[in-house]
Write a new protein. Structure first.
Length: 117
C-alpha cells in the first residue's frame, strides 16, 4: 500500500514526474480504500504540495465513504491561489469546477483532476 507520506517523498525526489507518483497514489488508495495510507501526518514544509496532497486525501475519503484523519484539517491553505494545470485559459473554469476540498485550500483544478482511465 502506497502511503501519502511516501508519495510526498517520491514527488520531492522527482518533481518533474510528480504526476506519476500522484496517480500511483490515487490508484492504490482507490484499490485498498484504507485510511492507514493517509494516517501518518506529513511534515508540512511545502505549502502547495502539502495542501494538494491533503485535499486529495480528503476528497478520496469522501469518495470512499471514509472519515479523513483529523490531522488533515490542520494542513493550511496555499498563500496564493494555486492553479495546478497552470494553463492561463483554463483558470476561470478551474475556479468554477474545483471540488470543495481543493477550493478551501485555494487550489484550483478541473473537475476531472482525480479521474483516471
Amino acid at each position: 500500500m502506497i502511503t501519502l507520506k511516501e508519495t510526498k517523498r517520491r514527488i520531492a525526489e522527482e518533481p518533474k514526474h510528480w504526476e506519476i507518483h500522484f496517480a500511483n497514489f490515487l490508484d492504490d488508495f482507490r484499490r485498498h480504500k484504507n485510511v492507514r495510507a493517509i494516517a501518518e501526518p506529513l511534515e508540512l514544509d511545502d505549502r502547495k504540495l502539502d495542501a494538494l496532497l491533503a485535499s486529495t486525501a480528503e476528497a478520496l475519503c469522501d469518495e470512499a465513504g471514509l472519515v479523513p484523519p483529523s490531522w488533515l484539517s490542520a494542513v493550511p491553505e496555499c498563500e496564493q491561489p494555486y492553479f495546478v494545470g497552470e494553463i492561463e485559459r483554463l483558470k476561470a473554469i478551474s475556479i468554477v469546477e474545483s471540488p470543495v476540498r481543493f477550493r478551501i485550500r485555494k487550489i484550483f483544478v478541473l473537475e476531472n483532476f482525480l479521474s483516471r482511465v
